[in-house]
Design a binder for this molecule. Sequence first.
Ligand SMILES: Nc1ncnc2c1ncn2[C@@H]1O[C@H](COP(=O)(O)OP(=O)(O)OP(=O)(O)O)[C@@H](O)[C@H]1O
Ligand SMILES: [Mg+2]
Length: 342
Amino acid sequence: MPSLDKPDSHVVDTPDTSSVAAPVTGGEPAVYVEDVRKSFGDVEALRGVSFTAERGQVLGILGPNGAGKTTTVKILSTLLRPDSGIARVAGHDVRKDPAAVRRSVMMTGQYAALDENLSGRENLELFGRLMGLGRKDARHRADTLLEEFDLTSAGRRAVRNYSGGMRRRVDIACGLVVRPEVVFLDEPTTGLDPRSRQGVWELVTALKNQGITILLTTQYLEEADVLSDNIIVIDKGTVIAEGTADALKEKTGGSYCEVVPLDPTQVQAAADALGDLVPQSLRAELAGADRLSIAAPDGAGTLSEALRRLDSAGIKLADIGLRRPSLDDVFLSLTGHAGGQP
Ligand SMILES: Nc1ncnc2c1ncn2[C@@H]1O[C@H](COP(=O)(O)OP(=O)(O)OP(=O)(O)O)[C@@H](O)[C@H]1O
Ligand SMILES: [Mg+2]
């Protein structure tokens, strides 16, 4: 398991509950935030943030540096008190009942260091005892988790003989001995190599399969795209957009058609051939470009019309295709900042 231990990613308190966290009651979303404000001196970090995260879903929280993502996550995990507004996690108010909130959440960096000389089962049992479960409950929970993580046969072997992948699964299972309602992952993959990043993606999927709600902030928009059920974009302390990755892409202008002439000096000629498919504003920006992109409101219809016009003008193409905006395009158009580099 990669180390998720970075300063932004802690809950200091270990849940001290003696039983599995109570489920969220009624139709209350797992996380409910209404008009939350937080200032540090004269820095208004949050200027009235509102959003919800549905139970069992992954909510991606995107935003440029300093947008207020970590402040939001810290308020929800009771590491910071909001100045005003309402924030409830698993039905518990962060101001009125912070202890109940802490029992319901897990943040990254909380995983037990495995004891190499104990078996996977013994590690899980030990962790359960440390979390306050009785002997019988701890054993029962360990067996359930071994089964869920496909480790039943390996469960009795010492962890030092485990493969990397098995070790990671035991690690994740330890985090679930006392099942949290909500997990906060604040940039869990920043600075990790691709393989370790993959491990975190697997973790997110494993948590989600357990019905756990996840709030995930990330610099890597592709990650938010793949993992999130819903996304909020925060900028300068407020939520400026919300929706599924697809809905956000649609809002940003939908599909476009990219045209790459074989001869890069023919971009202007291609624009002329495309005629009214190329808006005037775009023509001004073509100097020096090796390709051009036009809106494709009719999807394949626009593409075939473009092809027909280019063909009759005799313009040879290196490539032409229908493209969907990436989440990076969305982010750029919403915030004026580029997203993080993968
Ligand atoms: N303890 C603090 N004291 C003073 N200012 C703070 C403190 N914590 C955060 N801020 C300020 O609040 C704003 C929001 O910060 P926050 O850490 O929430 O942003 P972020 O979206 O997590 O950014 P990043 O992408 O860089 O992690 C920033 O202007 C930051 O400088
Ligand atoms: Mg941050």
